[in-house]
Design a protein around this ligand. Structure first.
Ligand code: ADP
Ligand code: MG
Length: 370
């Protein structure tokens, strides 16, 4: 169980800077997920925490002690990688015990730790098997078990599920959620590019882009109140729709916008009079769009280009005049709409997002109160 504090952490390889001024405070026992597109610096940040990479500038503290120059083996950290490299000629038990024997731990203590890890990971029936007689998911669990045995203060995972097939990925993700419940005191940092893993596992998510932290927050905070367009579009699937618009009027708490090709909208975004005449971007999630009621003002009017009927939801891809990208609506149930139909869609104003021309969120009075 440990607390981690990163202050202005930079990492460069030669002249190329890949992490920029990272500030993070990770509480004891938290499950933190680093998420972001490939190449954004997730693994580098994790490796800096583990001590496998030297940080170029800034400080890393574990439990109040600066560990910039402390070697990995003395940081109380265990890391689980994407490739789990078990010793093929050793049983599950021996794979887990190997590191402990090297550390000259007593036989009883090794036995206690291996059995405890096997129990947590439901590997007890497989302790005498060789890795080749295990499924991919079981092998990944042995790799995790090896780390549990070391009784680390901090657990680091770098995309541990990305080599597994889809079904196994879901099953192992649930295992990791269970592991987190059982090891509630252990701080865990988990790297993934998969926003579903991030949303389902994290206490808090750190969204990275190009070596910068874009936002840190609980999953539902990022979903409901993304700080900028990048986070807004990264979290949620399909991605949030974004419509360019012009602010035509500001009165009281309401902002009126004109959305080309569709119409006007009145948005409850704390009336900043300075916005009048400015270009903004209106964001609406596919699941927040619904077919307009008779006579209701539409937010979006478009022609259906593609219909994806999935049973529990129907995805409509609309062509909307004045917008290059299709607007996607996710309607509940099996909705009978044909390609080529013109549809009008509305959204509850409280579910709309507004961003300035730099992509930064303009905060909503209604949303903040909700
Ligand atoms: P992610 O894990 O998010 O996919 P990485 O942390 O692996 O991203 O990489 C971040 C950036 O740092 C990438 O642009 C990558 O090319 C670069 N990088 C990673 N390791 C090295 C290295 N050893 N030398 C030079 N550049 C590196
Ligand atoms: Mg990586």
């Amino acid at each position: 169980m440990a607390e981690l504090k990163l202050t202005n952490v930079d990492k460069s390889y030669g002249t190329v800077k890949v992490l920029h001024g990272i500030n993070l405070h990770i509480e004891k026992g938290e499950f933190i997920v680093f998420v972001g597109p490939s190449g954004c610096g997730k693994s580098t940040l994790l490796r800096c925490i583990a001590g496998l990479e030297q940080i170029t500038d800034g400080t890393l503290e574990i439990d109040g002690m600066v560990v910039n120059d402390v070697p990995p083996s003395q940081r109380g950290i265990a890391m689980v990688f994407q490739t789990y490299a078990l010793y093929p000629h050793m049983t599950v038990y021996d794979n887990m015990a190997f590191g402990l024997r090297l550390a000259k731990m007593s036989r009883q203590e090794i036995d206690r730790r291996v059995n405890n890890a096997a129990e947590i990971l439901q590997l007890t029936p497989y302790l005498d098997r060789l890795p080749k007689a295990l499924s991919g998911g079981q092998r990944q669990r042995v790799a995790i078990g090896r780390s549990i045995c070391r009784d680390p203060k901090v657990f680091l995972f770098d995309e541990p599920l990305s080599n597994l097939d889809a079904a196994l990925r879901v099953a192992t993700r649930i295992e990791i959620a269970r592991l987190n419940e059982q090891m509630a005191d252990t701080t865990m940092i988990y790297v993934t590019h998969d926003q579903v893993e991030a949303m389902t596992l994290a206490d808090r998510i750190v969204v990275l882009r190009s070596g910068y932290v874009e936002q840190v927050g609980a999953p539902m905070e990022l979903y409901h109140r993304p700080a900028n367009l990048f986070v807004a579009r990264f979290i949620g699937s399909p991605s949030m729709n974004v419509l360019a618009a012009t602010v035509t009027n500001v009165s009281g708490d309401l902002i009126d916008v004109d959305i080309p090709g569709t119409g006007a909208a009145h948005l409850p975004f704390g009336g900043d009079a300075g916005l009048k005449g400015k270009t903004v971007q209106v964001g609406v999630r596919p699941e927040d769009l619904r077919l307009s009621a008779e006579g209701e003002e539409a937010l979006v009017t478009g022609i259906v280009d593609i219909v994806e009927a999935l049973g529990e939801v129907t995805l409509l891809y609309l062509r909307v005049a004045g917008h290059d990208e299709p607007i996607i609506a996710k309607l509940v149930g099996d909705v009978k709409i044909e390609r080529g139909a013109t549809v009008h869609l509305s959204a509850d104003p409280v579910n709309l997002h507004l961003f300035d021309s730099d992509g930064l969120a303009i905060s909503s009075a209604a949303r903040a109160a909700a």
